[in-house]
Write a protein that binds this ligand. Structure first.
Ligand SMILES: C[S@@+](CC[C@H](N)C(=O)[O-])C[C@H]1O[C@@H](n2cnc3c(N)ncnc32)[C@H](O)[C@@H]1O
Length: 365
């Protein structure tokens, strides 16, 4: 199935790719409630990272047929909304949710393209994007991540689980296969840069590396062991065969490190970082801390006293307090005062600390 890589192509691809038969076949392979690879196993690994409280609101973007959404409702009592661009997928998701015992939790589904979905800002404790980011063309990846940030409450967390590119191979067959599967993979550094630029703080990063190759190997072995039984259903036989050869292809290229798999947990800071100055100031502070955490002698210019270095460090700590106050929603005025008017003994003398301080004051206004 040839596809183009424009933002509008997702709907065409998903409508053609996710049919009643492919969904049935993928669910046979990936487990009840899952059309994505490593369905239940990855849910069991990642759900504890979220550990939502009862009633927490979760948005699952590209939810598929709802395996993870249902798990979070059933086990934690969360209130989950799954959105997916595919009508066929959502139809099955609704059936799976209706037949599940959700306990105190709740699951609902909407057919929606994440890029156009009408979702309230600041409404969710968690946003999940699992095995779906790869399907979003390059030109909408950053805007999509920005949307996830907007949908979260301050302090809310974003779970991203997907594949990423590792080594660029200019093999044409590889490029074509990825295109046919509507895969648009970014390198990990780019994903992290996007998250940082948007204002997320990365809390956890797991690059699954060799675990990923092992996981594909297990899926292939499991399929081969059950092949006869699974293939009795004529409607899915060809799809299973096709998926089997796709997995083998995936294994071969994962070993050559064309791509890998990761999950990232990132937090929307608990402060209105919409003020760009404050966000920028935090970056400057981090940079300053990095600079000052080098070995003292390495960073102390000739002729600069140890005392001046100490003063510089103390001033940075005061700047840190300003940010900490803002993060906790407290007034920053007293912390700013101690930053602006340090004790006489700590008055800045050296150029380096003056530079940081001017930058800090400039961006915090
Ligand atoms: C590989 S499946 C993963 C499903 C599920 N998250 C899982 O792990 O089982 C990718 C899903 O992303 C959905 N999807 C792709 N592009 C989308 C878009 N623009 N908006 C919403 N869903 C999208 C597809 O329809 C598909 O159900």
């Amino acid at each position: 199935m040839a596809t183009n890589d424009s933002a509008d192509s997702s709907k065409d691809f998903c409508d053609e790719f996710y049919t009643e038969d492919t969904i049935a076949a993928f669910e046979k392979l990936n487990g009840h409630g899952y059309i994505g690879s490593q369905g239940k196993a990855m849910t069991e690994e990642m759900a504890p990272l979220l550990s939502p409280k009862e009633g927490d609101k979760i948005l699952d973007v590209g939810s598929g047929i709802g395996g993870m959404a249902i798990h979070l409702a059933k086990v934690y009592g969360a209130d989950v909304l799954g959105i997916d661009i595919s009508t066929a997928v959502i139809k099955v998701g609704r059936m799976r949710a209706a037949s599940a015992d959700l306990g105190k939790g709740n699951v609902s589904f909407d057919v929606a393209d994440a890029m156009q979905a009408n979702i309230s800002e600041g409404a969710y404790d968690f946003v999940i994007l699992r095995s779906a980011f790869m399907h979003f063309p390059y030109d909408v990846k950053y805007p999509l991540l920005e949307k996830t940030f907007k949908w979260l409450k301050p302090g809310g967390r974003f779970l991203l689980n997907d594949m990423h590119s590792v080594i660029e191979h200019d093999d044409l067959a590889l490029q074509n296969h990825m295109k046919n599967r509507h895969w648009f993979l970014l390198p990990m550094e780019k994903i992290l840069q996007y998250l940082k630029d948007i204002g997320y703080e990365v809390v956890l990063l797991k690059d699954r590396g060799d675990d990923y190759v092992d996981a594909i190997g297990k899926e292939i072995a499991d399929f081969e062991a059950r092949k006869e039984e699974l293939s009795k259903d004529a409607a899915v036989k060809n799809i299973l065969e096709d998926t089997h050869s796709h997995w083998k292809w995936k294994m071969e290229w994962a070993k050559k490190k064309a791509f890998g798999e990761h999950y990232i947990l990132a937090e929307k800071p608990n402060v209105q970082l919409a003020q760009p100055g404050l966000r920028k100031s935090r970056e400057i502070l981090q940079e300053a801390h990095r600079a000052t955490s080098e070995p003292r002698d390495a960073r102390r210019p000739r002729g600069r006293s140890r005392r001046a270095c100490t003063a510089s460090q103390r001033e940075l700590e005061a700047a840190g307090k300003v940010i900490a106050c803002a993060r906790n929603g407290k007034s920053t005025s007293s912390a700013r005062a101690s930053f602006l008017h340090p004790p006489k003994s700590l008055r800045r003398k050296d150029k380096e600390s003056r530079r940081w301080i001017f930058r800090f004051l400039f961006v915090t206004g």
